[in-house]
Design a protein around this ligand. Structure first.
Ligand SMILES: [Zn+2]
Length: 341
């Protein structure tokens, strides 16, 4: 079988603070003298046993940013993340970053953002991974911080920030409040990437598209409940950045076999596969492709087509787009043993 880590891919739905490498976080916890339990890769989280209580998940999630004592720690974790993703065969990484988890404790929003995008960019050059970032607002926050985050996103557009995002587990979330922030980001040339259609139905995805001008949706899996809306997503080229293992681990979808990603892909919707929060769900981005192969029974040609949806990500440079496209052809042209045919 062709190696799934060798498959060139994007990883564009990965929350920075839930995606740092396990060893780097454990090392930081030891330095701080804080006991911390983290799932091991391949552990039971993906069965849905890990996080039946989503609030327990959020409580655990917050423990990692709390370990970060200064901007030096933060930069180190960002660099470790890029190294981890390079080893997964990622050619374009676009984590969701929330500087507000660290500001004002470690510095201003602007200063925290600068440290994060600089560390990601430097590590990206070192590991041959192009790295952007989705500067992300949590929809349980209010308009003033939304406006401030959008202004920082606009300032760093083209200098490490490649999209403006919204995240939030509770839907609907009254996205109307954030139209001004989204407009600021769009005026700076940033696409809007909204979390929707995870706990909320297709109407929430429609709201993100119609109210915020979102062109990509993080999750969006519940769109499948309305076939007419799925056709709209396909016709308008809206990309869904789905996270199959996360959806099962948080009880959004009952089993990996029941995940709607293959149905959405077959309907012509651009679907990328992502880990969401690898640190907590114990599965990386390549593991999502293993699900596609082993559970959904997709052929290698179909796996390459799925990875090829990554070519639609707006923030990617032409050089990386070429690298991804050519790399996918090369992957398919090799025999399963890895030698050229
Ligand atoms: Zn997410």
């Amino acid at each position: 079988m062709r190696s799934l880590t060798a498959l060139p891919k994007v990883h564009v739905h990965a929350h920075l603070d839930g995606s740092y490498p396990r060893e780097a976080v454990l090392a930081l916890a030891r330095r701080r003298g804080v006991p911390l339990d983290l799932p091991v890769r391949g552990g039971p989280a993906a069965t849905g046993e890990g996080w039946s209580d989503v609030w327990a998940f959020f409580e655990a999630y917050g423990r990692v940013p709390a370990l970060v004592a200064d901007l030096h720690d933060l930069a180190g974790l960002c660099r470790a993340l890029v190294a981890q993703e390079a080893a997964e065969g990622v050619v374009y990484l676009e984590p969701a970053i929330e500087p507000q988890l660290y500001a004002p404790r470690l510095g201003s929003l602007r200063e925290v953002t600068r440290v994060v995008v600089d560390a990601l960019g430097e590590a990206g050059r070192e590991h041959s991974v192009e790295v952007g970032s989705i500067l992300t607002l949590n929809t349980d926050q209010d308009e003033p911080i939304a406006a401030e985050l959008a202004a920082v996103a606009a300032e760093f557009a083209g200098r490490g920030v490649t999209a403006f995002g919204t995240a939030g587990f509770e839907e609907p979330s009254g996205l109307q409040r954030f139209t001004g922030a989204a407009a600021t980001a769009r005026a700076a040339g940033l696409p809007v990437v909204a979390h929707a259609g995870q706990t909320g139905g297709w109407e929430c995805v429609a709201e993100a598209i119609d109210v915020l001008g979102a062109t990509r949706i993080s999750h969006g899996v519940r769109s499948v409940e309305n076939p007419a809306f799925v056709r709209r997503l396909a016709d308008e080229g809206v990309v869904l950045d789905v996270a199959p293992v996360s959806n099962v681990a948080l009880g959004i979808v009952p089993t990996l076999a029941a995940h709607p990603a293959p149905v959405l892909h077959a309907a012509g919707v651009g679907v990328t596969l992502n880990a969401d929060d690898q640190l907590w769900f114990g599965r990386g981005v390549s593991d999502q492709y293993a699900v596609a192969r082993e559970v959904w029974k997709l052929s290698d040609t179909e796996l390459a087509a799925l990875a090829g949806h990554g070519l639609r990500i707006e923030g990617m440079s032409p050089a990386t787009r070429h690298r991804l496209g050519a790399g996918l052809l090369d992957w398919l042209e090799r025999s399963p043993a890895g030698v050229p045919t």
